[in-house]
Write a protein that binds this ligand. Structure first.
Ligand code: SF4
Length: 439
């Protein structure tokens, strides 16, 4: 999401004749698009501001994104910050600056400790999607490549969330669930295709909730996107288990363009914890969804997010969670340690888990993930897979992903960059298959 949005901000600058430079170079303006998912957002942001001013002491520093929306005062007090923009304001940056004149001392009208001026609308006032719904905006396209060959673009299809998971601050900093129209996104996808991208990743905070407020649905969007000429692949970034309907799975199974890959946040494998997390499913429902995918798409890549160390996760409950995860035909996990966020319901639960225990639990689940990924990768030995090769060359190798999200390494050959290539899988390491291009 931040990726797609940062490109939108870049576009605003490019349109006005600015040049975008690498963050480590010197610059006249720095825009820091922050996240607030981790507890270290504050120190991360401080550090980035400091680093920016080391290379460019006179640079004008704008801080925006989720951390700025959630804690504008804290951000404005960071020395060197000139402007703090909220979730709504970040797409109208130029309405809030006047020549990027860096001022010295404290910000006008604010206390002595404030350096940056603050423009942050209350989150309940934010109902717009974020990009002009009527205009075609190629800035939603992220060029993910290092050398300019275009492989993968991120298309933001939804923002905000109406759920109330007890540990999550996202609804408080991103607002209500909202999305643009299907027609708009179809036009965007066509633009992406004409720009030469092969794969489009559908991104959002709660992608499965797409279109609900407009009477449209994710399934309708997928069907419409399938018709767009020129896009070889679509990937759904992530979808809540309760919103991943059988119809969506059936559609993906029959589609020639949608990747056979689902990333389904699980968060925990014990019902007691899922309930405390206020998730909208239980382990039985999760299992049914995963089994249904396996039945219809035997080779699907299926990933899950898992949080360890949620308040009240006893050793027994953690074991239950691990057993549940082990029993499922998942192909990889993304493991996170629970991080208490101010203002959330779960921060009032007490019964916090010792950080060392959290670390151990994360390690254990990461090992489960590595094994599952390796077993899945090995299943492809001897098969010929279509791999979308990326253009970056590392140690004379190039990499790409299959539709079902197996990472594949081939001998570098720039002619393969950005090509959907037939590759024979000849070997497997922990997280990568080794392949030979079939010419
Ligand atoms: S579904 Fe839950 S975890 Fe995900 S963004 Fe919404 S509230 Fe947060």
């Amino acid at each position: 999401m931040n990726y797609a949005e940062t490109v939108q901000i870049e576009k605003e600058f490019l349109d006005r004749g600015f040049e975008i430079v690498d963050p480590s170079s010197s610059a006249d303006v720095f825009v820091i698009n922050t996240c607030t998912v981790t507890q270290s957002a504050d120190s991360d942001c401080r550090q980035i501001v400091r680093r920016a001013l080391r290379t460019s002491p006179d640079a004008f520093v704008v801080v925006t994104g989720c951390y700025a929306q959630g804690k504008p005062d804290e951000v404005a007090r960071i020395e060197g910050v000139d402007l703090v923009l909220g979730a709504k304001e970040k797409f109208h940056l130029f309405d809030f600056v006047d020549g990027f004149e860096k001022h010295s001392g404290s910000a006008d009208g604010l206390g002595a400790n404030y350096h940056g001026r603050i423009f942050v609308s209350p989150i309940d006032e934010i109902v717009e999607f974020g990009f002009a719904d009527s205009a075609i905006n190629p800035a939603q396209i992220r060029d993910d490549s290092q050398m300019g060959v275009r492989t993968r673009a991120f298309l933001k299809v939804q923002d905000g969330c109406d759920y109330n998971c007890s540990y999550c601050t996202i609804p408080a900093v991103r607002g209500v669930s909202r999305s643009p129209s299907i027609n708009f996104l179809v036009e965007q996808a066509s633009r992406i295709a004409s720009a030469g991208f092969k794969e489009v990743v559908l991104s959002g905070v709660n992608v499965g909730d797409f279109g609900r407020e407009k009477g449209e649905s994710l399934l309708d969007l997928l069907k419409a996107l399938e018709q767009v000429d020129g896009v070889s692949r679509y990937r759904i970034s992530s979808i809540e288990p309760n919103l991943l309907t059988r119809e969506i799975v059936k559609f993906v199974a029959s589609s020639s363009k949608f990747c056979k890959h689902f990333h389904i946040p699980m968060q925990n494998g014990a019902d007691e914890i899922l309930k405390k997390m206020r998730r909208r499913y239980n382990t039985n429902q999760y299992r049914e969804t995963v089994n249904f995918i396996r039945e219809l798409i035997p080779d699907a890549g299926i990933g899950a997010d898992v949080i360890v160390g949620f308040p009240g996760e006893t050793g027994e409950l953690f074991e239950k969670s691990v057993n549940f995860i082990e029993s499922l035909p998942l192909t990889y996990l993304h493991v996170f340690s629970y991080s208490e966020r101010q203002g959330t319901l779960s921060s009032t639960f007490g019964s916090n888990i010792d950080p060392r225990v959290k670390r151990k639990r994360s390690e254990l689940l990461r090992m489960v993930s590595t094994r599952k990924r390796y077993e899945f990768t090995r299943r492809h030995l001897g098969k010929v897979m279509k791999v979308l090769i990326e253009d970056e060359v590392k140690n004379a190798k190039m990499y790409g992903f299959t539709s079902n999200y197996v990472r594949v390494e081939i001998e570098a050959n720039p002619l393969q960059a950005n090509e959907l290539t037939d590759v024979l899988i000849t070997g497997a390491s922990d997280n990568t298959a080794i392949g030979q291009v079939i010419l």
